[in-house]
Design a protein around this ligand. Sequence first.
Ligand code: NAP
Length: 284
Amino acid sequence: MILIDGKKIASELRDDLKKEVSELKKKFNKVPGLTVILIGDLTPSQIYVRNKEKSANEVGLKSEVIKYPDNVEEKIVLNKIKELNKDDTVSGILVQLPLPKHIDKQKVIETITPDKDVDGFHPMNVGNLSSGYDSSVPCTPLGCYLLIKKIEPNLSGKKAVVVGRSNLNGKPMAQLLLKENCTVTITHSKTSDLKGECLKGDIIVAAVGIPELVKGDWVKKNAIVIDVGINKTEKGIVGDVDFDEVSKVAKALTPVPGGVGPMTIACLLKNTIECFKRNEVSVD
Ligand code: NAP
């Protein structure tokens, strides 16, 4: 069984991105910039944002974090986003989720110009992805996609089963696999025979949030299994896949932690660079 080492693959991706940033600097005499807006003092969000900033700096991006207190007015945040939309030193804008209740998440997402939407959440990017056009793609499914391609470069004709249909993970994941000519099944909490559906998959991506939901006898021999889940349990952090059982049948499997997680931030950096390139080429 191949243990898919997300840490190593993410580190290789960051090395490539670092080289690309230095070439872009030579060509355009500026570097891509990532601005993150952080509202409130929720500890996990603070940790995510700190890691994003650190990784951005490591690959040579210009990075900035704008912090607001929990009770900031919505219009202050929206006006700041509008200002950043016009700032040509900013290639990518990310508003760290979750937001306080009084701030409308969808309004925030739709205020970020699609050209700088490094999270790929803007309806324009969602539409472009589902139409098979060039777009920003949400970072976690993009990371999963790159891991799958490392194991199996030609996905055409494969059966893929995506467990979970969130806008963040399941749906964009399914679109990416469809674009690669997989036959894709999207499953969810109302799916009547989840085990039966999973058993058909040459590829399974589990993004559910239920500890060790996917069992060994749900998985076809030699399937590629990607575990997006991050669940805190008494025995520590576990994924949505029963690692011990599934590792006995799968051809390749991501561990939790150390699988998908490290790819998410690396893909955020990749998306920032892609936004920069699209924006610079469009003003050429
Ligand atoms: P989410 O928005 O809560 O969506 C969960 C999905 O799972 C929903 O579509 C839900 O179906 C489905 N589901 C729930 N119970 C199910 C069941 N018994 N059988 C089949 N499907 C079921 O979650 P998310 O944001 O996509 O996150 C999923 C997991 O990924 C979480 O553990 C999260 O912490 C983790 N995550 C990891 C990363 C990373 O970087 N590794 C990034 C983001 C999230 P319905 O639509 O029918 O409700």
